[in-house]
Design a protein around this ligand. Structure first.
Ligand code: FAD
Length: 321
C-alpha cells in the first residue's frame, strides 16, 4: 500500500476536467485506504479544491502563480515537483490527456521513476495493483506492475468510473508558495479555434466523419447529430488531409484516442490507424455504403447506406424522442 497518492487535477477554462475525478477513483484503488491528495496548479484554482474533495480526495494542495495561468511544461513541472518534495508520495496519478502526456515523462525523468501510461483499467488494489494498458495500437493489452519506486500512472479518459460526488465531504485545502522561475516559455495569449463546447477526448458520444463526407459542408449533418446526442464531432485523417475539417478533430494512431459510450463512424473505411484511436469505444455504429468496409469488423451495429440519407434520418428520429 502506498503511503499516499498524489493526483493532478486538470483545469480548463476555470473548470475541472472529468478525467480529474476518474484519476481520483484510480488513486483510491491504488491507495487502498491510504491518503489521496489532490493537486491543483494554476493562477486561480483554489476555489475548485472542494470539488476534488467531493469526488474523493482527502485533502488538496494548490499552487497559484501568474505563470501557471496557461500550461507550460517548465512551469507545471516546477510547481508539481515542489508539491512532490513536500508530500513525498509513493504513487502519482495523472490523466492521459495532452497535458498529462507532456508533463508525466518530464516528472518521471526528474524523479527517476517508472511511468505506466495510458492505463485503461486497474486490477486489484494497493501493492497488488496491476495496470492494464493497450499495446500495438490497441490490438492487445498488457498488465504492468512497477516493482519498486514510485508508482506513476496516467489514466485514459472515460475508462475508469469516477466515484459518486458527495458535496458533504470535507478535507484540508493548503496553498504552497512556489517561486516559479527560469521559464523558457511564457504563454502570452491563447487563441482558440471555435468549438461546440463538448471536449472530444471526454465526449460520451462521438460522431466521426471520414473521406466519405466529401466536403466541409458535408460535416453539417454530423454536427447536427452530435448536437442532438450531446456529443462531439471527430474525423479520420482522410477527412483532415482533404481539408474537410481541422486536425484537432483527428482520431487515431496519430490523432486523439477516444473511448466514448457511443462512436458513430460515418464514411470511414476503418484503416488500422483509425481503429487505434476508437476501437475501445463501448458501442460502435458504422455507416458506410461499402458492405465490405473494414469498419464493419469492429462495429456493433452496421448500416450499409449513404450517410447523407442515414444521418439526417437519425437526427430526426433522435429529435423526436
Ligand atoms: P477512406 O479510406 O477513403 O474511406 C472512405 C469511406 O467512405 C469508404 O469506406 C467509402 O465506402 C465510404 N463512403 C464514401 N461515400 C460514402 C457515403 N456517401 N456514405 C457512406 N459511406 C461512404 N488515419 C486516421 O483516421 N487516424 C490516424 O491517426 C491516422 N494515422 C496514420 C498514421 C500513419 C503513419 C499512416 C501511414 C496513416 C494514418 N492514417 C490515419 C491514415 C489511414 O491509413 C487512412 O488513410 C485513413 O484513416 C482513411 O480515412 P477514411 O476512412 O476517411 O477514408
Amino acid at each position: 500500500m502506498a503511503n499516499k497518492v498524489l493526483v493532478l487535477g486538470e483545469v480548463r477554462d476555470g473548470v475541472l476536467r472529468n478525467v480529474s475525478f476518474e484519476a481520483i477513483a484510480a488513486a483510491k484503488q491504488i491507495a487502498d485506504g491510504a491518503e489521496v491528495v489532490g493537486v491543483l496548479l494554476g493562477d486561480s484554482v483554489t476555489s475548485l479544491a472542494s470539488e476534488l474533495i467531493a469526488y474523493g480526495a482527502d485533502r488538496v494542495v494548490t499552487v497559484e502563480h501568474p505563470h501557471l495561468k496557461s500550461y507550460t511544461s517548465d512551469g507545471f513541472s516546477q510547481a508539481f515537483l515542489a508539491v512532490y518534495e513536500e508530500e513525498k508520495p509513493e504513487a502519482i496519478v495523472f490523466g492521459h490527456t495532452s497535458l498529462g502526456k507532456d508533463l508525466s515523462p518530464k516528472i518521471a525523468s526528474k524523479l527517476q521513476s517508472g511511468l505506466i501510461s495510458d492505463v485503461t483499467e486497474i486490477e486489484g488494489s494497493g501493492e497488488g495493483a496491476l495496470f492494464i494498458r493497450p499495446i500495438y495500437s490497441g490490438k492487445a493489452f498488457e498488465k504492468v506492475k512497477i516493482k519498486d519506486g514510485i508508482v506513476f500512472v496516467t489514466i485514459r479518459p472515460n475508462n475508469i468510473a469516477p466515484l459518486e460526488k458527495d458535496a458533504s465531504r470535507t478535507g484540508e485545502v493548503a496553498t504552497l508558495a512556489v517561486d516559479i522561475q527560469n521559464l523558457r516559455t511564457i504563454i502570452k495569449e491563447v487563441v482558440r479555434k471555435a468549438s461546440t463546447g463538448v471536449d472530444l477526448s471526454e465526449a460520451k458520444v462521438v460522431v466521426a466523419g471520414g473521406r466519405g463526407v466529401k466536403s466541409a459542408e458535408g460535416f453539417e449533418p454530423l454536427q447536427q447529430l452530435a448536437d442532438v446526442l450531446g456529443g462531439a464531432v471527430g474525423a479520420s485523417r482522410g477527412a483532415c488531409d482533404a481539408d474537410y475539417c481541422d486536425y484537432s478533430l483527428q482520431i487515431g494512431q496519430t490523432g486523439k484516442v477516444v473511448t466514448p459510450d457511443l462512436y458513430i463512424a460515418c464514411g470511414i473505411s476503418g484503416a488500422i490507424q483509425h481503429l487505434a484511436g476508437m476501437s475501445n469505444s463501448k458501442v460502435i455504429v458504422a455507416i458506410n455504403k461499402d458492405p465490405e468496409a473494414n469498419i464493419f469488423k469492429v462495429a456493433d451495429y452496421g448500416i450499409v447506406g449513404d450517410l447523407f440519407e442515414v444521418v439526417p434520418m437519425l437526427v430526426e428520429e433522435f429529435k423526436a424522442l
